[in-house]
Design a binder for this molecule. Sequence first.
Ligand code: ZN
Length: 155
Amino acid sequence: MVMKKPAKPKRTAPRTSRPLPDDACPACGTLMTETRGRRSLPVNGEQVSVPSVKYLRCPKCDEIMLRFQDARRLHEDAIAIYRKQHGLLSADEIRAIRERFSLKQADLAQLLHLGGNTVSRWESGRNVQTASMDILLRLIRDLPGSIDYLRKHAA
Ligand SMILES: [Zn+2]
């Protein structure tokens, strides 16, 4: 872990307190230590437990902080676990369905009457599809002619 020395305050800066290193505890200023453990995150209002999450913990006051990259990873892992628990299509399965019909992400979004970035968010694991969208995607995959039907009824 990189520990940066606190930068010297600039004389001209109107700042009254000493700047803290990146890994300093926001509550007490102690340098936090990197650790791994189980954390939970709400997905669709449901707490999803994610194993082996990387985070920073303050040895003095127990404050916990996630770096931006680790917070994003936790969010994506929670969504993948949620999909598995609810029997929803995974990000890769959604991509495979779309590619089978040679559709761009925006094309599939349009056929499903969704916002332009929705399919992109499903496939990158940033958002989870609803149960009703999940069954529609399965229809597209399993029912011949369903793409043609959706094209006829495209917005
Ligand atoms: Zn602290």
